[in-house]
Design a protein around this ligand. Structure first.
Ligand code: F6R
Length: 243
């Protein structure tokens, strides 16, 4: 496990974008596993900047997103498909038909998950998986207690996660209580994994996940068993493991 420190969010984002762009340059038809949430926004902005400069070409790249809220349509402003379209896909020359997010509107959870697993298998797995880290150690929506052997599945979100997501929903709008998520098994099968973490509020969970015991109670701790993981954080997020 490699730990890379950027002095602040911007530098952390640039370092993460560097690794993703190296992957695209080395393998133009690579499969990128992507994450939503606040942390990767700066990374996506940096990739867009390099694309606009002419340094990156996404035309052959395929993507697989980690997760989607069950019940949200692709055009719902809080859906993860909407987020990806606006933060990255519409801003670069990616072929939108090569971008994949679980289908939040598929009411049959078994079908939604089986369909997504099939897509992942047909694409031959993930070359580089980008991950954020939840305050409770979740990756994707794999919440504490999840079995490490899972593929795409439907999850009930924990109170903590629903609370953290509330900021993205306005007024009385219901925060979704379930999501479709890629499983730990699939994440662990990615050839390379890149975790981005930012802010002091992540320092404790960074320590538990990457310097503590491997346990399903901290899902991200399983990443310690992967042979090609890079954690990129700003000084605040890494303060308790680099001190
Ligand atoms: C997003 C995802 C989540 C987030 C995590 C951290 O697709 O799967 O696991 O990566 O909740 O979110 P932020 O970056 O908002 O702190």
């Amino acid at each position: 496990m490699k730990i890379v420190c950027g002095k602040d969010y911007k530098e952390m984002s640039r370092k993460a974008a560097n690794i993703i762009s190296a992957q695209i340059i080395l393998k133009e038809n690579c499969v990128l596993g992507l994450a939503t949430g606040s942390t990767p926004i700066g990374t996506y902005d940096q990739l867009v900047e390099w694309y606009e400069k002419g340094d990156l070409d996404f035309s052959q790249v395929s993507t697989l997103n980690l997760d989607e809220y069950r019940g949200l349509a692709a055009d719902h402003p809080q859906s993860y498909r909407y987020f990806m379209n606006n933060q990255l896909f519409k801003r670069v020359n990616i072929d939108i038909s090569r971008t994949h997010v679980p289908d939040g509107l598929e009411p049959d959870a078994d079908k939604a998950c089986a369909d997504y697993n099939n897509i992942i298998h047909e694409m031959g797995g993930i070359d580089l998986q980008l991950l954020g880290l939840g305050h409770n150690g979740h990756i994707g929506f794999n919440e504490p207690g999840i079995a490490f052997e899972t593929e795409t599945h439907c999850v009930d979100l924990t109170e903590t996660t629903m609370k953290a997501n509330k900021r993205f929903f306005e007024g009385d709008e219901q925060v979704p209580s379930q999501a479709y998520t890629m499983g730990i098994k699939t994440i662990m099968q990615a050839k390379k994994i890149l975790v981005v973490v930012s802010g002091e509020d992540k320092a404790d969970i960074v320590k538990r996940a990457f310097a503590g015991p491997v346990t399903p109670e901290v899902p991200a701790s399983v990443l310690q068993l992967h042979n090609d993981v890079t954690i990129i954080g700003d000084e605040a997020a890494l303060s308790k493991i680099l001190a």
